[in-house]
Design a protein around this ligand. Structure first.
Ligand SMILES: *[C@@H]1O[C@H](CO)[C@@H](O)[C@H](O)[C@H]1NC(C)=O
Ligand SMILES: *[C@@H]1O[C@H](CO)[C@@H](O)[C@H](O)[C@H]1NC(C)=O
Ligand SMILES: *[C@@H]1O[C@H](CO)[C@@H](O)[C@H](O)[C@H]1NC(C)=O
Ligand SMILES: *[C@@H]1O[C@H](CO)[C@@H](O)[C@H](O)[C@H]1NC(C)=O
Ligand SMILES: *[C@@H]1O[C@H](CO)[C@@H](O)[C@H](O)[C@H]1NC(C)=O
Length: 706
């Protein structure tokens, strides 16, 4: 049985590489195939919706800024401390992610050196002056050789996506080189024979004369969206402690709001960026290069431009991850991507590489931070819309994210000082959370993916333009929010340049309609999310929802198929503990058998979900919880270390069954936990055989057991 599954699983993983492109579009409903028994429970009877028609409830009361005092400090575990209300907040996740102990085990902490330490010498020698249009080098401290350089291409040829970089090296002529082609960057070395890991790179923003000539705006607004790929809220706290410390001490000119239930809308970057860029649209992958701005008409950068914002889109991947959905020629004023195709050539840079991403003297992401600072300085008389996507944490080891900490803190510190007096919204967020590390076996792991970081830093001068904004942002930071809201939020921020709208205005209703006709989005700054906001009401597919609302089945005479689903859970527990893939021990855990389904909850939206509490014959106290998905939708197989296998399942037609997670509800600490940890077996799932026997057979375990 196992071999059969391993082979099929492996086959699926190989196939999934091939089908990857087709499977990444929106999860579409398969409602006609629902199980009728399950579906009869679909309307949640625990909730009386008329309770939410409630003029005196928190989301209908607004406190003006001068009277508002209940600001929240930002702390990692504030997520678990969201104050309960009546009527209840319907979306409160069962888990907000890993505990420190779990996270420390899966992602150990690593310190990385300064990039300069990795270089053969420490001297800076390259200067690229985009104002005077010259490149200067000075290698005299390092060698007699004058050095070599490679220039970037013209700013006008920037586009999204992979593009091979082949411009040849030139020897430095010993005197400044004139730039002819509006280049913004260059790579250089002082060695004649060095073709990789060059010691220096320079990248500078080159302002466009036609933009500099625009009349100065009286009170410009800057909106920056700093998207850190694959960063969950909790991982941001764990891995960027210095940045957090800085944010906790922000001066009074700025306010910060930490959105604790910011739910993804799909698995990948594109699934989460599309709603933020274009609202509620249908999109798909394009296998060929499309030299268009596919969704220009609905694009947020079009509205930014129309409102009078200068636009920048800068991304450090040199990948097609976004281009193949949105097109390569997006119509923003500045694009920055090709520099990292240079890094691909010289540094073997890949946007999923599992080692530190130094480019010359700095980490890859620092070039983005510097570029944004220069962009904002150069265009200080204009309103600005900036989007950046930083890929540093986009890799499987979970370690490289640490290189973001000092650089991000330094950037924020310097940037917020530089921008003092400017009306600014700086939005730091993850597109999604971590897509690695048992994220399909454990609820904590899966919620690290579903709950990305989402923080807003805003200058008080901007917040004071919006009635009740302190209260609204504080409230919303404790409610379900999604990527779709970001579209409405941005339209609202743009409007501040010319008018002052209220939440009841026609203009605001129009922004919401422009965002979506189906769901109920909000501007984070203008309207409070009601307590009855659910994933369904805001377009989060059930599969990716961190707060699914199940209905408990009180009649414990279950139909037969329910038992079959529970058997699948038992089967997977035994797979994990008796033939764990990382360690071949079968003398430690007992093979468990199903004794009783203690409780069952169901949810039938577009697919059928079952949540079990299960007891086994082998333990009096072990109580397992598992969520099982039954669907006709194509599911992509995952690495067996990350996820349970997908198995065929027949019920009113051909379906698939997949276990989203299994966890223990009771506490399971003790000798069995110590032994299983030492043997890399899931402690949560294992009911040990006689521990004295185990230790007798494996004497080297005994020092662990005192
Ligand atoms: C819901 O609550 C309202 C007002 O509290 C009550 O009149 C109504 O009967 C309730 N409906 C249900 C289905 O319990
Ligand atoms: C919340 O409940 C109110 C009152 O019943 C209703 O008008 C509103 O549409 C609901 N909102 C959501 C997001 O479900
Ligand atoms: C180059 O660097 C050397 C050593 O720092 C310095 O003495 C010299 O003046 C520099 N030359 C130029 C042209 O900057
Ligand atoms: C915007 O409008 C609201 C409601 O009319 C008002 O309370 C607020 O003071 C106005 N803000 C500004 C900056 O004009
Ligand atoms: C409980 O469910 C069984 C079958 O699923 C049904 O026959 C029985 O009538 C139900 N009992 C009640 C009290 O609804």
């Amino acid at each position: 049985m196992l071999t059969y599954k391993v082979i099929i699983g492996f086959f699926l993983i190989c196939l999934s590489g091939y089908f990857y492109y087709d499977f990444t579009s929106i999860r579409t409903p398969f409602s006609n195939k629902r199980n009728p028994w399950t579906h009869q429970y679909s309307s949640n009877k625990d909730v009386n919706i008329s309770d939410y028609d409630c003029p005196s409830c928190s989301w209908n009361l607004y406190t003006p800024n001068p009277s508002f005092t209940k600001f929240e400090s930002i702390y990692e575990f504030n997520d678990e401390a969201i104050p309960p209300e009546t009527p209840p907040i319907l979306c409160i996740p069962d888990s907000f992610g890993y505990t420190h102990e779990e996270a420390g085990r899966i992602f150990p902490k690593i310190d990385f050196p300064d990039c300069v330490e990795k270089l053969p010498h420490k001297y800076p020698f390259l200067d690229l002056d985009v104002e005077k249009n010259i490149l200067t080098m000075n290698c005299s401290k390092v060698s007699k050789y004058p050095g070599r350089y490679v220039l970037g291409m013209s700013q006008e040829d920037e586009e999204l996506g992979v593009k091979e970089y082949t411009i040849p090296f030139e020897e430095y002529p010993g005197k400044p080189v004139k730039l002819k082609n509006k280049e913004e960057w260059a790579y250089a070395t002082c060695y004649e024979d060095r073709d990789e890991y060059l010691e220096e790179a320079a990248y500078h923003h080159r302002p466009k004369p036609e933009i500099l000539e625009r009349p100065a705006q009286e009170s410009p607004i800057v909106f920056i969206s700093l998207t850190l790929d694959s960063v969950s809220r909790r991982n941001f706290y764990r891995k960027l402690p210095k940045t957090i410390e800085f944010l906790q001490s922000l001066e009074d000119d700025y306010k910060i709001f930490d959105f604790k239930i910011h739910n993804v809308m799909g698995e990948y970057s594109a699934n989460n960026l599309a709603p933020q860029f274009f609202g509620d649209i249908e999109y798909k992958t394009h296998k060929d290069k499309v030299y268009k701005d596919i969704f220009w008409e609905k694009s947020i950068w079009k509205y930014a431009k129309m409102a009078g914002f200068v636009t920048l889109f800068i991304e450090d991947g040199c990948t097609n991850d976004l281009a193949r959905y949105f097109g390569r020629s997006i119509k923003v004023d500045h694009i920055g991507t090709y520099f990292w195709c240079g890094a691909k050539r010289f540094n073997n840079y890949e946007n999923n590489m599992e080692s530190q991403r130094c480019i010359g003297r700095k980490n890859s992401h620092v070039y983005i931070y510097d570029y944004i600072s220069e962009f904002s300085k150069n265009y200080r008389q204009q309103s600005q819309w900036v989007f950046t996507h930083i890929n540093t944490a986009h890799e499987n080891s979970g370690k490289i994210i640490s290189t973001l900490d000092i650089d991000t803190r330094d950037f924020l510190k310097a940037y917020l000082t530089q921008q003092k007096g400017v009306k600014i919204v700086l939005f730091i967020n993850g597109d999604h959370g971590m897509r690695y590390g048992e994220w399909f076996k454990k609820i904590d792991g899966s919620h690290e993916h579903r709950l990305p970081l989402c923080m807003f830093i805003a200058s008080k001068s901007l917040l004071d333009m919006i009635p009740n904004s302190y209260d609204i942002l504080t409230h919303n930071s404790n409610r379900l929010t999604t990527k779709l809201d970001l579209y409405t939020t941005q339209l609202h921020i743009f409007s501040l340049l010319s008018q002052n709208i209220t939440k009841d205005s026609e203009e605001y209703k129009r922004y919401k309609q422009m965002t979506t006709e189906r769901f109920q989005p909000i501007s984070y700054f203008l309207e409070k999310a009601p307590n009855n906001r659910t994933c369904e009401s805001i377009g989060v597919p059930a599969f990716w929802c961190s707060c699914l609302k199940f209905t408990e089945i009180t009649n414990s005479t279950y139909p037969n198929f329910v038992r079959k689903l529970a058997d699948e859970v038992i089967y997977q527990i035994n797979e994990e503990t008796n033939s764990p893939r990382q360690a071949p021990y079968d003398h430690i855990c007992q093979k468990v058998t199903l004794k009783e389904i203690k409780k069952l909850w169901v949810l039938s939206i577009s697919e059928d979900f079952y949540k079990f509490h299960i007891m086994t014959h082998e333990s009096e106290k072990a109580l397992y919880e598992a969520v099982v998905l039954v669907t006709t939708a194509p599911l992509r197989a995952r690495s067996m270390l990350d996820a349970f296998t997908i198995n065929p399942y027949f019920e009113t037609g051909k379906k698939r069954i997949w276990i989203a997670y299994i966890r223990r509800v009771d506490s399971y600490a003790g000798i069995c936990e110590t032994i299983t940890k030492a043997r890399k077996i899931s402690s949560e799932l294992c009911i040990c055989k006689n521990t004295d026997e185990i230790v007798k057979n494996e004497p080297n375990l005994s020092p662990l057991i005192k």
